[in-house]
Write a protein that binds this ligand. Structure first.
Ligand SMILES: NC(=O)c1ccc[n+]([C@@H]2O[C@H](COP(=O)([O-])OP(=O)(O)OC[C@H]3O[C@@H](n4cnc5c(N)ncnc54)[C@H](O)[C@@H]3O)[C@@H](O)[C@H]2O)c1
Length: 255
């Protein structure tokens, strides 16, 4: 129970990687604020699962592309649990469109949900952490595509590249407050965002063969990295990204 007495917010927390992070943080003793915008039933089921672990959580309906909603999440953490120690900026979308055909609406949605939310999530969490004292952890779920171009998914890559610089710059700025800012860069993970690949055997085979470990990650494998970064063993990591990609970025087999 290394995260006992810690309080965490996880954005996009009721599915995929976010859900696995909520569960792992709760298993390790943290009290969690589960942000969601869709599928309230999944949030209720998650709340019940965490209750069975003997832990506390609260689901909050908040659209992270709105700063006022991000403030709602921080306020919920403070009013329900008294503080905020861990902010996980996880919510994200992609459009799978190229530089030639991405519309203004698609561009704005990706940037608001992926990057603007992480920027203001970092800002509001850090303000609360500084106010209460004692430091904190901000974990940005980025992607291998913070660094690695993905033709046909330009706005997504741009947003993750922005999160890369957010992580580095905020890590430097917030270091004196003992607030550590770290990115987690997954490769390909078995979550709803990848349904179109997982539902197509030939696409899946091609992807698996490009990954040195030969398979996509399970969400829990990404959650374990996030929980490590939230915990007592990760006191000297900041302003950088940990890639959890099964070796994908170093592979010479193209996608
Ligand atoms: N699955 C992968 O292969 C992979 C790889 C690298 C990075 N990632 C990143 O991991 C994160 C989680 O994705 P996932 O794979 O679990 O997919 P997912 O679709 O299950 O999760 C995305 C979550 O974000 C939420 N969300 C979308 N818009 C929102 C908004 N406006 N406000 C609040 N929440 C909102 C969704 O409801 C969903 O819960 C994303 O940032 C994604 O870019 C995923």
């Amino acid at each position: 129970m290394s995260l006992k007495n810690k309080v965490a917010i996880v954005t996009g927390g009721n599915s995929g990687i976010g859900q696995a992070i909520v569960l792992e943080l709760a298993r390790q003793g943290a009290r969690t604020v589960i942000d969601y915008v869709a599928n309230p039933d999944a949030t209720v089921a998650l709340e019940q699962e965490i209750c069975k672990l003997g832990n506390q959580c609260i689901g909050v309906d908040a659209d992270v592309s709105q700063v006022a909603d991000l403030q709602k999440l921080v306020d919920a953490a403070v009013s329900k649990f008294g503080r905020l120690d861990i902010m996980v900026n996880n919510a994200g979308i992609e459009t799978r469109t190229s530089v030639l055909d991405t519309t203004e609406d698609q561009y704005d949605s990706v940037m608001r949900i992926n990057l603007k939310s992480a920027f203001f999530g970092t800002q509001l969490a850090a303000q609360q952490m500084i106010k209460q004292g004692g430091g904190g952890r901000i974990i940005n779920i980025t992607s291998v595509h913070e660094d690695w171009p993905m033709p046909g998914n330009t706005a997504y890559c741009l947003s993750k590249g922005g999160m890369r610089m957010l992580t580095r710059t905020a890590g430097v700025e917030l270091g004196p407050h003992d607030i550590l800012v770290v990115g987690v860069g997954p490769g390909a993970v078995e979550t709803p965002i990848n349904d179109s690949t997982m539902d197509d055997p030939s696409k899946l085979k091609k992807l698996d063969s490009a990954i040195p470990l030969g398979r996509m990650a399970r969400p829990e494998e990404i959650a374990n990295v996030a929980a490590f970064l939230a915990g007592d063993a990760a006191t000297y990591l900041t302003a950088t990204t940990i890639f959890a990609d099964g070796g994908l970025m170093q592979s010479s087999v193209g996608l």
